[in-house]
Every structure is written in C-alpha cells, then in structure tokens.
Design a protein around this ligand. Structure first.
Ligand code: PLP
Length: 431
C-alpha cells in the first residue's frame, strides 16, 4: 500500500483532499482517514475468505478506533464488530450497527456491562474467565433464549511482537489457560448450562504480527484442542475465532504480509488439520483492528518551536503529541513523518519530532531525515489510524483533536474538536 500520494500541486493528498486545505479548514492537530483505504482493506479480507469457500466473519476490533462513523463504514462493508466496554457498545448502538454481528470482549466485564450487552441483544459474548461466568449466571434466569458465548482461550503461543501487545502466552491476563486445565474446566461448566449456547473457541495471540508462523501454530493448537475436547465431551465448535493482530506498515522498515496472505495461510492450515480429525470445518472469525484502520489514518500537526543542540540533536515541536498518540511513549512505536506541502521532497536534516506535552518522553518520531521545515508548516505523521484517537487523553488539559473522513475528494467532520469548555465541563466546585 502506498502511504504517501501527492496531488497536482505536489501536496500530500488524503482521500483526494489536499492535506494543507484540511489543516486550514479543520485546524490542527487533526486526524484524517482515507476511507477508501479502509474499504479496500476490508474487501481484500472478504475476497481472500470467499476464495477459500469457508464460512467466515471479519469482526473489526473497534478498540483500534471506536467512533460512530467508522462503525457505520464497517457495517456498510459487511464487517462485524468487536467491543470491549459499555462505551464501545453504545457507540455501536448509536451507529445502528446490527447487534447480532457484535461480539463483546474484555477480561473484567462488569455485571452492568453484561446486562447492557444482554439488553441490547449482542450477538456473542466472548467469556474470558470464571468470574465472568459467575456474573453471567446471575443474569441468565431473566433470559428467555440461551445466550451465545465463545470461550477465550490462552493457547500458550506468544507472537513475536512487543511484550505489551502479546496476549496469547500462558502468562497473560486474558483468557482461560489451557496448560493448567482451566480452559477444559470452563468448557465442562458451560456445556452443563442449558442457558448458554457455546458457539466455539476464541484466541488472540498478539498484535502487529508480521509473519504467519504464530497463526499457523495457533490454528494447529486450536484444532487439536477442539478435536480432543470433541472426543471427550462430544462438543463440535461451530466457530473458531483466531483473533486479530495482522501487522501493518508504519515505516518503510515494516514488511507485513498482505491480509489475503494471512487468511489464505490460516485457512490452508485449518483445512489440513481438520482433515486429520473427526471435526467438520467450522466457521472462521477474525478480529482485525489496526490492519483495517491503521494505514488509512494520518495525523496533521502544525510545526512550532525548533531547538538545536549543536552536535547532539534538533527538536522540532508540533502542536500535538502523546495526548493524541501515546503509542511511541507507551511501547516505543515507530512512525514516519512527511511535510504536507511536499511529501516527496528530499530530506536534508535529521530531526526529532517532539510533542507539546510536559513529558520528556513525549517524542513522536526520533531522528528522522526531513526536508527543511519552518514554524507554521504542516507535518503529517503516517499510519496513525489505529490506537491513536482511541487511546487519546486530555493530559495537560489539552483537548482531543477533531476527526475528518476523506473520500473521493470530499472531507467530512465526524468527531468535533474538544473545546476549552468541554475540558472543564465535568469539574465541580469544592469551596
Ligand atoms: N482481538 C483482541 C481480543 C485483541 O485484544 C486485539 C488487540 O488488542 C485485537 C483483536 C485487535 O488487534 P489488532 O488491532 O492488532 O488487529
């Protein structure tokens, strides 16, 4: 995928809109999404699944970017949706998302959140632990129909990625552990409960995964477990959910597999493994987050102060930072910046892009070569569409940026910029 396109004036173009015009019209910092890229990603996943002939669902992990407008695009493109909180669920409700296509995740769902999910007829609750089963049991007597659930399993497979975004290993807060027998225990408990309709098993091994090996191991492990448990408990899963985590290109160094390659490989392995068991081919669900929205997102900033420490480093500060993109500070995520006025210009100096927040760690891009820039120039950081807005904070009492969707040359504001009034709205007097 081409991260940078320029228009006839040589300016950065996003969804057919000139980035300088967008910055001018909507202000900075600004999140801009190229919606046709999001559609393209989803369509590639669909195409790859359709070619395998398997039943499937592509469930967008909305934690990557959860706003009403994106939920609407996902539904339009026949995606399903994952939510992990009452807030993400209510966003889906407001988007008129079909609730049957929503899955509810989380390692510490509250009773109130589970109640909300049941009241809204969420399609599937992905149960993470025994406490959640206890909570569900309290709510089941009120339910006329059995509740659809899946069991999240910690398969004991760790993906090669940052340790904060690995989730499938044994030592993880997520899911029922297989090794110690907890997953099997949970299965027995669920199968004895007529008010629970177990759809199958779920596992997610991590994020920003570039190679297929982890997914191959996951598919093999899930099929082996499903086959063992079928022999013991005569339960055939209707669905295997292999989670998300498909890597994307943040910088030129990243070489992720295309979505269709991940899908083809996984389904090939699945068919091979299933053929050696008594299982019938299940539906396959996946939960991509960043691979749907990551590369489609751009953060536009206005350049301000410059500090040159001779022989050491040049800092170029922008009007946003860790409040709108915590990933570099949180897990050393790397990004690539361009000048919106001329994204193809030859670099002439090495600079570090610093945020405006009062933390030395508020660095967005470290030591990148850029063309000469001046205060007032618009800087774009690429591939910020996932876990940027959704992890944004009001640190230093700075408002969160607006969000604009750009498609076919049209730009639409889909989230307003927070104002000073918004920032103090919830404060009450003490004296
Ligand atoms: N599914 C689950 C259970 C997750 O925990 C996550 C991310 O943390 C995802 C899906 C989405 O991962 P990604 O955005 O890397 O595709």
């Amino acid at each position: 995928m081409n991260l940078v396109t320029d228009n006839s004036q040589g300016h950065l173009s996003i969804g057919g809109c000139d980035a300088l015009d967008l910055a001018n019209d909507f202000g900075t910092p600004l999140y801009v999404y190229d919606i046709s890229l999001i559609r393209q990603q989803l369509r590639q996943f669909h195409k790859a699944f359709k070619e395998t002939g398997i039943k499937y669902a592509i469930s967008y992990a909305s934690k990557a970017f959860a706003i009403r407008a994106i939920d609407q695009v996902i539904d339009q493109e026949d995606g399903h949706l994952d939510v992990v909180s009452a807030g993400e669920l209510m966003t889906a409700v407001q988007a008129n998302f079909p609730m049957a296509n929503v899955s509810f995740h989380g390692n510490n769902k509250s009773l109130a959140e589970l109640q909300l999910a049941l009241d809204n007829h969420v399609g599937t609750i992905i149960v993470d632990n025994f406490y959640e089963l206890e909570l569900l049991n309290k709510l089941l007597p009120e339910q006329k129909q059995p509740v659809n659930i899946m069991l999240r399993i910690a398969p004991g497979i760790s993906a090669h990625t940052h340790r904060y975004i690995q989730t499938g290993q044994v030592d993880s807060k997520f899911g029922f552990d297989v090794q110690s027998g907890q997953a099997e225990q949970a299965l027995k408990q669920v199968l004895q409960n007529p008010k629970l309709n177990l759809r199958g098993y779920h596992a997610h091994i991590g994020s920003q995964i570039m190679a297929i090996a982890g997914f191959t191991a996951l598919v093999q492990k899930m099929v082996q477990l499903a086959a063992d448990w079928q022999e013991k408990y005569h339960y055939q899963p209707q669905v295997l959910n292999f989670g998300g985590g498909f890597g994307i290109k943040y910088t030129n160094q990243d070489q992720p597999l295309a979505p269709q390659e991940f899908v083809r490989n996984m389904i090939q392995t699945l068919k091979k493994e299933i053929a050696q068991t008594n299982l019938t081919l299940p539906e396959v669900w996946i939960e991509p987050g960043r691979s749907i929205v990551g590369e489609a997102g751009y953060s536009l900033y206005t350049i301000g102060a410059r500090k040159n420490i001779p022989g050491i480093r040049t800092y170029v500060s922008v009007d946003g930072g860790m409040g709108d993109n915590i990933r570099p500070a949180l897990y050393q995520a790397e990004y690539q910046a361009v000048l919106a006025a001329d994204p193809q210009a030859s670099p002439v100096e090495t600079v570090t892009i610093a945020g405006r927040y009062c933390e030395s760690g508020d660095i967005l891009v470290k030591d990148q070569k850029l063309p000469l820039s001046a205060p007032g120039d618009i800087l774009a950081i690429l591939a910020t569409g996932a876990y940027g807005y959704s992890m944004a904070s009001n640190y230093n009492r700075v408002g969160r940026p607006a969000v604009v969707f750009a498609e076919n040359g049209h730009a639409k504001l889909v989230v307003k910029r927070e104002t000073l009034a918004d920032l103090t709205r919830l404060d009450l007097n003490y004296l």
